[in-house]
Write a protein that binds this ligand. Structure first.
Ligand SMILES: Cc1ncc(COP(=O)(O)O)c(C=O)c1O
Length: 390
């Protein structure tokens, strides 16, 4: 019976149980072995050396491919390694168009590493299809989308952009971290590569750093595999186990996070301390309809602008339960300031172009009682009112 593979909740729970023929364990064992015994001279059966392949990683990679709706899945040591592997499918002289308020690290790796190898990029507003069409040049060979984007939650049309790219001989890469394959499956919408920082929702407990990539295209898969295996940015067996375990609860975690996020967004939207809320779950958000069309839910990431009468530092320091920290997607509610965290290396001009301001706050809503999340925000707003308090 393989029908369950069509249903994501069942796939998440049962999609990684086939690894242990000896004892038929329900969970995938952690194969901590760098090398494997060769039974016949010069012949390695399934596995030879763990940089090339490892049974725990293989089980995870099979599940990743199934979850993303792709033929080939890869698990990396971090989301950035997955992103770098996707960028490495380009070659010198080629250019990539990138969502203008993409995760800051993606811009950093393009400008500090890949530009030295002749791969250039331009930041554009990928939520505007005309801007995407007009941006193509002779050497544009990829579009890198993050949708919803970080931190403005701009929504880009994956299917339409994938078609534009394909017509011009370019590929489309989607960083799907904010929604995860539970809510959005870019490959099924026509994208060529889906990458995820599995550090976030996929693992969901703020404990490991990991990344994944998936594709349906054999030649892209070969390039991703070459980057993974030759450079060795592989996920370790223990982390692969943690990720497999965490994925079993991805859907229930995200369902609760969305339920909480909708209420948090409503609270923020009506609060005098907040000038604007960016969240594709709000019906008046410009990305609401498109996101509802291409994803199963709006996710639990949002940003808001603190009103000028409220002091940003005092607000952050006053929070009691909500964790002020750099990451997102964990079971705990996490809050951060993009200019101090994810986008700290953006130039003043890049911040301005991306629309990222000093008073912007990014919120990753967790699974706690929503009444506690709202109460914590409310008391911190009260303390921050009227400027800074020594
Ligand atoms: C949207 C997005 N993509 C990629 C990354 C990089 O992932 P990692 O930190 O796992 O390398 C992050 C990290 O914050 C992210 O938010």
């Amino acid at each position: 019976m393989t029908a369950y593979k069509e249903h994501l909740n069942s796939l998440l729970v049962h999609g990684s149980e086939e690894t242990d023929p000896l004892y038929r364990t329900v969970n995938t064992p952690i194969y901590l072995s760098s090398t494997f015994r060769s039974r016949n001279f010069g012949v390695h059966e399934d596995f030879g050396y763990s940089r090339g392949g490892n049974p725990t990683r293989k089980q995870l990679e099979t599940l990743i491919a199934d979850l993303e709706g792709g033929r080939f899945g890869f698990a990396f040591s971090s989301g950035m390694t997955a992103t770098a592997a996707a960028i490495s499918t380009l070659k010198s002289g080629e250019e990539m168009l990138v969502t203008r308020n993409v995760y800051g690290g993606t811009v950093d790796v393009l400008s500090t590493v890949f530009s030295r190898y002749g791969i250039s990029f331009r930041l554009i507003d990928t939520s505007d299809l005309t801007a995407v069409r007009d941006a193509f040049r002779e050497n544009t060979k990829a579009v890198f989308l993050e949708t919803p984007s970080n931190p403005l939650l701009d929504v880009s049309d994956i299917a339409a952009i994938s078609e534009i790219s394909r017509d011009r001989g370019a590929i489309t890469i989607v960083d799907n971290t904010f929604l995860s394959p539970y809510l959005q499956r870019p490959l099924l919408l026509g994208a060529d590569i889906a990458v995820e920082s599995a550090t976030k929702y996929m693992s969901g407990h703020s404990d490991i750093i990991a990344g994944t990539a998936a594709t349906n295209d054999e030649s892209l898969a070969e390039r991703l595999r070459a980057f993974q295996v030759l450079i060795g940015g592989i996920i370790q067996p223990f982390d692969a186990f943690i990720l497999l375990r965490s994925l079993k609860t991805l859907s229930v975690r995200m369902d609760r996070q969305i339920e909480n996020a909708l209420k948090a967004a409503e609270f923020l939207n009506k609060n005098a301390a907040v000038d604007h809320v960016f969240y594709p779950g709000l019906p008046d958000d410009p990305g609401y309809e498109l996101n509802a069309r291409q994803a199963k839910g709006p996710g639990a990431m949002m940003s808001f602008l603190l009103n000028g009468d409220y002091d940003v530092k005092t607000f952050f320091d006053a929070l009691e339960m909500i964790v002020s920290g750099a990451s997102l997607g964990g079971v705990e509610t996490l809050i951060s300031s993009p200019i101090c965290g994810s986008h700290r290396n953006f130039s003043k001009e890049q911040l301005e172009d991306a629309g990222i301001t000093d008073n912007m706050v990014r919120l990753s809503v967790g699974i706690e009682d929503i009444s506690d999340i709202i109460a914590d925000l409310r008391q911190a707003f009260e303390k921050a009112r009227g400027g800074s308090h020594p």
